[in-house]
Write a protein that binds this ligand. Structure first.
Ligand code: SAM
Length: 646
């Protein structure tokens, strides 16, 4: 599967078809020397591949873990996160390969899984690395398969033969390692002729290498950033590769597992409150398209992977009133094609304005990145998770801006431009306020329509269902004036509500509302020397909108990098807004407490505790049950790396 994560909006958007193996030009460009040089063809995915094949044939897996092995597995994963040392052998959790009606095969939990529990940490058959933001072409994998098939270890050949190729192949029938329950042929991707044509097959192997790569390769512009940061040494890398076991996982638009690469290791963890025994383990193939309406997601899945998704989110969305579905599509189109470009233009204009925004930009984007501030934010998270509560926290950490790419949201682009301008421009003073004003009517109209639609849904649902406090929080915040949106910690994934599903389709609008509020605060700071009441309201609205984003992500893609980073931003902002220094911080100079003496630090303000709690939940889902110093280090790394994201 080309679950291309962030890359999906960058790399794949460039391709004429959505299929990996598109053009000779791409193929050639994929052979640039650094990719070839950095190719890592692993041999560490040992006989387990064969063992899995055999057990898969019987629809049972022998690679189950129990409680006694899981702490070893977690130690191995901690070594991966903190030193970059890959587990000595593949870690395979309690799942089995089974036939799934309508999907071919898939992985099924053999016992209940808790949030953050490790599902697998596996090595690839082959992975190509490239510099960050420059993912190697999947065509390089095709080259490699063709070149090395003959000399490949038998267990790798067996694993490759197991991979999905869109339809049963001639070799499958006679391959005793294949499960007998072959996938029912899903309709192949629209351009599969180009992918699976005769040129893609190999006469010796009988395998359609193009189809193997098209359906099973996974790539991203960069690996897990906090883990790369903790590991130190070489900078994060992009990658594209083939991971057995992982490639058996089917898709859902609100999955119960999260996945990411550290070095060459693919890590998968369960993220729902409870994944029940017998539930199918599911990831998202969509990357950022997760946060789009059903029609958009369906089109992507159909064209890239040749199937029509019937997951719970899709079904819920399909059952929404037709007018609401078309409203969501309209809001998505307007956010993406009309408002986001205007925000981008505003960002350019803000380059001039930013000269006058030093105070505001400083408040927004931070000027202080001392490590001990990260420590304090980390301690706040640690305290919130362990229930210690009294952790120190200080001033906000710097929130810098990521290098622009086509995949960045308008918010990211705008902040980047502001940031750049604030450090270098000598342009005339701001007109940011008036430019924002020109955007407001359309944005507000969209927000109003969404708010009304969500409110209506909520009222209908409240009449028939139990309240879900998260729904209220997210819904209120869509007004962009939710100064105190409820932030009840989510107690886990409950069945998706219609409200959550509708909000997920409008996620980009929620991000724009957040950006708008942030820019308003910046403009107020620029013109009023600190922002005053308008700036205060705007910052509160920004926090409300960001909380709404976090809650939507919690329903749709818990444990995703985006959710972790949004939580980091919330915590940074809460620390900065409150000026809390916890009594031990050196960098904040806040009102929270002095240094020295034995007096216990004052408790963090409510907003800081709430943000720390949200970050703790996201980290738990993504990295598992880290404790004490490890949790603290991971939190610092997440905060550090999130700066590059905003
Ligand atoms: C990488 S394979 C996943 C394993 C595959 N199901 C198998 O039998 O080996 C990707 C393919 O699985 C199928 N698939 C994945 N998720 C699906 C879903 N939610 N509904 C239907 N088919 C799905 C599609 O055919 C897709 O192209």
């Amino acid at each position: 599967m080309q679950c291309l994560g962030r890359a999906v909006v960058k790399y794949w958007a460039l391709l004429p078809s959505q299929i990996a193996l598109a053009t000779p030009e791409i193929l050639r460009s994929g052979r640039s020397s650094y990719w070839a040089l950095s190719a890592v063809i692993t041999t560490s995915s040992t006989a387990a591949c064969g063992a899995f094949s055999t057990s898969a044939a019987n629809s049972t897996s022998s690679q189950t873990s129990d409680a006694s092995t899981s702490s070893q597995d977690e130690s191995a994963c901690a070594a991966l996160y903190f030193t970059g040392t890959a587990p000595a052998t593949d870690i395979l959790g309690p799942f089995s390969l089974q036939s799934i009606p309508g999907k071919g095969r898939g992985l099924v939990a053999q016992r209940e899984l808790r949030p953050g529990e490790l599902v697998m940490a596996v090595q690839p058959i082959a992975v190509l690395h490239g510099p960050q933001d420059s993912m190697p072409s999947p065509d390089s994998l095709l080259d490699w398969l063709e070149a090395t098939w003959q000399s490949m270890p038998p267990h790798h050949r067996a694993a490759l033969r197991q991979m999905f190729v869109g339809r049963p192949t001639a070799s499958t029938a006679s391959d005793s390692q294949r499960p007998t329950d072959q996938p029912t042929a899903s309709s192949p991707p629209a351009s599969s002729a180009a992918v699976g044509g005769s040129s893609g097959g190999d006469s010796t192997s009988g395998l359609d290498f193009r189809a193997v790569v098209s359906y099973n390769a996974y790539g991203d512009e960069y690996e897990d950033l906090p883990a790369a940061d903790l590991r130190g040494g070489p900078p994060p890398q992009s990658h594209v590769g083939l991971w057995p076991y992982f490639s058996n996982i089917n898709h859902a638009c609100a999955p119960n597992c999260v996945h990411y690469v550290v070095g060459s290791t693919m890590v998968v963890r369960a993220v729902q409150q409870v994944v029940h025994e017998g539930s199918e383990l599911l990831i998202s193939y969509l990357g950022r398209d997760d946060l789009a309406p059903r029609q958009v997601r369906q089109a992507v899945l159909q064209s890239r992977y040749g199937f029509r998704c019937g997951c719970a989110r899709c079904r819920t969305e399909e059952d929404l009133p037709e007018e609401l579905q078309s409203l969501l599509q309209q809001l998505y189109d307007r956010s993406r094609h009309e408002l986001a470009p205007r925000f981008e233009r505003l960002a350019s204009a803000a380059s001039a304005a930013a000269e006058g925004l030093d105070g505001g930009a400083g408040a927004l984007y931070g000027e202080n990145d001392e490590d001990d501030e990260d420590d304090e934010a980390a301690a706040a998270v640690d305290g919130s998770i362990t229930g210690g509560g009294g952790a120190a926290a200080a001033a906000a950490t710097e929130v810098a801006v990521k290098v622009t790419t086509p995949g960045l949201t308008a918010a990211e682009l705008a902040k980047r431009a502001l940031r750049k301008a604030s450090s270098s421009s000598s342009s005339p003073p701001p007109t940011l306020g008036s430019q924002l004003a020109s955007l407001e009517p359309r944005l507000e109209e969209c927000a109003r329509q969404l708010h009304l639609a969500v409110q209506e849904l909520q009222e209908e649902d409240e009449a028939t269902e139990d309240d879900d406090p998260r729904v209220g929080a997210a819904s209120t915040a869509t007004t962009a004036s939710a100064t105190s949106a409820a932030t009840a910690p989510s107690s886990g994934r409950q069945p998706l509500t219609r409200v959550q599903v509708a909000q997920a389709a409008a996620y980009q609008l929620l991000e724009l509302l957040h950006l708008h509020a942030e820019l308003t605060a910046a403009a107020a700071a620029a013109s009023g020397g600190g922002g005053g009441a308008i700036g205060g309201r705007a910052r509160a609205a920004a926090a409300g909108a960001l909380q709404a984003c976090w809650h939507v992500l919690d329903a749709i893609s818990r444990g995703s990098e985006l959710q972790v980073f949004q939580a980091c931003k919330l915590l940074n902002d809460a620390l900065q807004d409150s000026g809390y220094s916890g009594g031990s911080g050196s960098g904040g100079g806040g009102k929270g407490g002095g240094k020295g003496g034995a007096a216990p630090p004052p408790p963090p303000p409510e907003a800081v505790r709430e943000a720390a709690s949200l970050l703790g939940q996201s980290l738990l889902a993504r990295y598992g049950p880290l404790r004490g110093p490890q949790l603290s280090r991971m939190t610092q790394a997440a905060i550090r790396t999130s700066r590059g994201f905003f």
